[in-house]
Ligand binder design. Structure first.
Ligand SMILES: CC(C)(COP(=O)(O)OP(=O)(O)OC[C@H]1O[C@@H](n2cnc3c(N)ncnc32)[C@H](O)[C@@H]1OP(=O)(O)O)[C@@H](O)C(=O)NCCC(=O)NCCS
Length: 156
């Protein structure tokens, strides 16, 4: 594990789509998203993206959107070598801040029921489970449910 001392966050957009797609593929090797889809998702007003960089090197990312006063984290990831250094938490908090700036009063996300690191991250940062979608994710080992989580934004 590395420390997060030199990691900084910046906003990202369609021009960073290739970088975001490369990060996504490394964080979700079984379900990579292509750059064109990511470019669309992070084009205002559709959504926004954040990049975490260690110096010039991208180490993490988040994609999110806000509509009708509700925000949603679409995807978030940190490269394996940079995990457990606080980058994921910083990305979540930055998404909360940006979503609040864009008028969101709550932030939602879906997380696989068997994704214990991510569920722990969200629970530790004020998210609560509010729903469950059985069989939402398809895995070679079988279908896995999604847990829907929500956090109110005031208090960021
Ligand atoms: C989930 C993910 C983004 C977390 O990123 P991270 O930078 O490692 O997270 P942080 O270092 O900020 O961890 C913050 C807290 O989350 C929890 N946490 C994170 N990883 C954990 C793990 N492997 N086991 C248990 N708790 C964990 C801990 O409470 C941690 O606080 P602590 O280190 O003080 O104990 C990262 O594991 C990842 O990219 N996973 C693959 C992609 C993914 O599953 N994304 C989420 C999809 S919903």
């Amino acid at each position: 594990m590395t420390t997060d001392e030199a990691v900084h966050l910046q906003t990202a957009g369609p021009l960073h789509a290739e970088t975001l797609a490369a990060l996504h593929a490394l964080c979700f090797p079984d379900e990579p998203w292509d750059a064109a889809a990511i470019a669309s998702l992070c084009s205002p007003p559709e959504g926004f993206a954040l990049l975490a960089l260690r110096g010039e090197e991208p180490v993490g990312f988040a994609l999110a959107r806000v509509a009708a006063g509700e925000g949603e984290i679409l995807t978030i990831g940190v490269l394996p070598a940079d995990r457990r250094g606080g980058v994921g938490r910083r990305l979540v908090m930055a998404v909360l801040g940006t979503a609040q700036d864009q008028g969101a009063e709550a932030l939602f996300l879906e997380v696989a029921e068997d994704n214990s690191p991510a569920r722990t991250l969200y629970m530790a940062n004020g998210f609560e489970p509010v729903g469950r979608r059985p069989g939402y994710y398809t895995r070679p080992s079988g279908a896995v449910a999604a847990v829907v989580m929500r956090r109110t934004i005031p208090g960021v």
